[in-house]
Ligand binder design. Sequence first.
Ligand code: BTN
Length: 258
Amino acid sequence: MKDPIILLDKQIIQNQLIHQNITLHLFDTIDSTNQYLKSFLKTEQMHLCCAEQQTQGKGRLGRNWFSPHAQNIYFSFLYFFNKNINSLPGLSLVVSLAIAKVLSTFINQPFLVKWPNDVFYQDKKISGTLIESFALSPNKSAVIIGVGINVNMTDAENEINQPWTSLQKITGHIYNRNEIIISLVNHLLLVLENFAEKGLIYFINEWKECDYLKNQFITIKHLNETLSGYAMGIDKEGQLLLQDENGIIKAISSGEIH
Ligand code: BTN
């Protein structure tokens, strides 16, 4: 007999978060959890929005994020930094490392991060993050950290056009998404505090262990250019270091990798 899917439970999640001053919003259906949290920017308080499904889940680079009902994790976390918006480079890397770490506690398998923010298991994507940043004042910024994780999905009905996996596809088990959300948000709270105090450099060893692209020959579309070379890790701002055939290293701040 198949294990039943356990629905998200507001009380269970709220009770186990290590910070009690997070306002939790739980929806059965919403357009996008990232979009929803934009109306709370002025509150300057942490908000967490989770949903069973999204009708307009947003991915990076204007893509859609497939968000079928009660199968996966879709949440957004509104968090504030007492910092200028320009002093948050590398945040997406640190969030992705946090996801990789928490997932590996659930199935005891290594997860890697593909710069800048995809979490991979054996060449297949399992999670993505969409981070939107807002300058509130010269020394205050807000971020909406949107996280999608494929958990119990085994069929994507041709909606995903790249290799993907889910926890259930990896192990054959059904996972309680409440437990994963609780662990991840609690871990994120610690990670975001460390990031604010110590910066990206604090996470550099963890990055080296989880760097999916390390030493791989890649092609990256950056602005109007297509660049190829070997991925050589990241610099202190979280930019990807790409070494071309002449040995010249370029730092790349954004782009799509093949
Ligand atoms: C990507 O890899 O392209 C990023 C995907 C981010 C998806 C999550 S699901 C929860 C949150 N709400 C959204 O609309 N998007 C993010």
